[in-house]
Write a protein that binds this ligand. Structure first.
Ligand SMILES: Nc1ncnc2c1ncn2[C@@H]1O[C@H](COP(=O)(O)OP(=O)(O)O)[C@@H](O)[C@H]1O
Ligand SMILES: [Mg+2]
Length: 345
């Protein structure tokens, strides 16, 4: 087996040790150098790039290395297996594209109105009620997801997404950015200002009342890991771990497993991570991603592991991201090799 490992800010060393552990020959390339552009990828079995966001997750170009560089390599060498899965890259960190896909395929999702025009703002106001959730098209960790309590606020977010800053809501929005300590840390220490703009179209969404959501990982067709994220306190409406949410590994209902596997199938995805919200209408898909970060087994003392957890394999395996990805790529490559040689006979 021969692999390309792209230099990355996170998990680079852990992927490198995993390749060494599995005796995979590998070449390291760096998207900051020129060599990857003229590199000959033929003869390689798979490529791994553990991407992270640049600038901030809601910057439209936060993933340009994935969108541009990886898709370019995929175009040149379609047979090269890639993590993150090229079948998902156009949806990666883009809630609008995910919405279009999920809605057109009839997947259960929260009622959503993309704010495509001033008319759509009126529609969202009439149909969704308050509180309402407004999401920036790009963003992770809950940083660009807002709770909206009035028509004026809704309109104001819409105007911001159109780069119209001539209204009182704009001053409030900017003030909220300026009052965060992270803004000054980034500005002074990192020499990088927080990206202040929103990207159209925003998504207006019905507010789902729940104190938890569910994350699942589907690999090679089946759910291999799942956990709940519980609200840490009443005043925290988002359950993101980064925002203080508590991870809990306990019973994962069958309908959540089926829904996750159906989405992976319809997207033709090798590996996918889903966020699901429980509701009166069953599980609703909130978002999905080809790249995820979960804490290792028992890494965080506040996390809860219960006996009724019902997903195979054991957590010590499924929470070892490097292991599941490298094993899966090697297995798929071996299977593809067999098919090709049979075809040649
Ligand atoms: N429609 C909704 N109703 C209630 N809470 C929501 C809704 N959408 C998102 N949330 C909460 O906000 C968090 C962040 O939203 P999400 O769409 O997952 O964005 P991000 O990409 O930033 O994680 C979710 O984990 C969930 O707790
Ligand atoms: Mg999320």
């Amino acid at each position: 087996m021969k692999a390309v490992l792209i230099q990355s800010e996170e998990r680079f060393e852990s992927f490198r040790s995993k390749l060494e552990e599995y005796n995979v020959e590998y070449v390291v390339l760096d998207f900051e150098d020129q060599a990857w552009i003229d590199f000959d990828y033929s003869g390689f079995d798979f490529l791994i790039f553990y991407s992270s966001f640049e600038f901030s997750s809601h910057h439209p170009l936060a993933l340009y290395r994935v969108y541009d560089n990886l898709m370019h390599i995929h175009g040149l060498s379609p047979e090269l297996l890639i993590y993150p899965d090229p079948a998902l890259i156009c949806y990666y960190n883009d809630k609008y594209r995910q919405h279009l896909f999920l809605r057109s395929r009839g997947f259960p999702i929260p009622r959503t109105v993309p704010l495509l025009s001033a008319g759509a703002v009126d529609l969202a106001h009439k149909e969704l009620g308050y509180p309402m959730v407004v999401k920036n098209r790009y963003g992770a960790g809950g940083g660009a997801v807002f709770l909206v309590r009035s028509r004026a606020e809704l309109k104001s977010y819409y105007k911001l997404s159109r780069l119209d800053f001539m209204h009182p809501g704009a001053a409030r929005y900017l003030f909220n950015i300026l009052k965060k300590r992270m803004f000054y840390y980034n500005l002074i220490r990192e020499r990088r200002m927080t990206y202040p703009f929103l990207s159209p179209p925003l998504l207006a969404q019905e507010y789902i009342t729940t104190d938890r959501d569910l994350k699942t990982v589907v690999g090679d067709g089946r759910v291999i890991e799942g956990h709940w994220r519980l609200q840490a306190s009443r005043d925290q409406w988002k359950v993101n771990i980064d925002g203080g949410g508590i991870g809990q590994w306990s019973f994962i209902p069958e309908d959540a497993v089926e829904l996750s596997e159906r989405l992976a199938r319809e997207l033709g995805a090798g590996w996918i991570n889903l966020d699901l919200m429980p509701s009166e209408r069953g599980f609703l898909i909130s978002e999905f991603s080809p790249v995820w970060h979960h804490y290792a087994f028992r890494e965080k003392p506040t996390f809860v592991y219960k006996d009724d957890y019902n997903i195979d394999p054991p957590l010590a395996v499924s929470l070892d991201l490097e292991r599941v990805i490298v094993e899966s790529l090697m297995k798929r490559r071996t299977e593809a090799g067999r098919t090709t040689s049979r075809g040649a006979v």
